[in-house]
Design a protein around this ligand. Sequence first.
Ligand code: C5P
Ligand code: MG
Length: 275
Amino acid sequence: GLERSRVEEMIHAMQRAGAGSLQVISDFDMTLTRFAHNGRRVPTTHNILDNRLLISEDCAKKMKDLLNTYYPVEIDASRSTEEKLPHMVDWWTKVHELLIQQKIRKDLLAQAVKESTVMLRDGYKEFFDHLAEQQVPLLIFSAGVGDILEEVIQQNRVFHPNTHVISNYMDFDHAGVLQAFKGQLIHTFNKREGALRRAAGLTALQGRPNVLLLGDSLGDLTMADGVSEPENVLTIGFLNDQVEQRKESYVNSFDIVLVKDETMDVPNAVLRHII
Ligand code: C5P
Ligand code: MG
């Protein structure tokens, strides 16, 4: 984490430059959504698909086994990003293959989101609404499933016109059945490539050199790598899991670290200062 005075200086500089110079880049799963609620894990966009409307019991079991194998690798403080990369590609590739075999129907996705226990963090409405009112673009950059992510923010009534999404989108055939995933795979640790390939081309983000970046993974720090000539990039990291093992690396990597904080209170307070 940066010293308090450095964070304050950056917030001042961003405030002086104003809303017209600002963009917000945020991860989705476990950053805009809660990690846990009443002691239970909140589902990620992939886990929302674990609903008998969409996938079989057998497929659900296979996805759980994959999660139990690969999630500990994703958050392992003792392994480097380079070491984790091939495992993440394996995880996402295997899960997407399983999902495609299930012939998931597009018209059932909204129902699955409704039936899930997904929750955005407390204070989400102020966050999304304030950015929309100030016409500050919000880029949601997610290695989750784009169709599900959009449905979650839609159902919470905060999908405003300033919102842009880069994620893994489902490709449906003419009958509305899942046949593939579109474009290059995005996983936790290749967001830099996505930022250079996709975010850098979004015209709504041009000429906004000040960035508020929110994430829950060290991989999320590369989401702003597509910003040309950045001036102030203030990063906030949510440390949800494996707190003791990861605290040091998070404090060294993010400007502000929020430990087991299920709210948007700090991002909202920062935004109230800036715009
Ligand atoms: O939106 P975000 O980039 O955070 O989405 C990726 C998250 O989804 C990862 O942190 C990972 O733990 C989770 N994931 C999952 N099931 C999968 C693949 C990823 O829950 N099959
Ligand atoms: Mg995340």
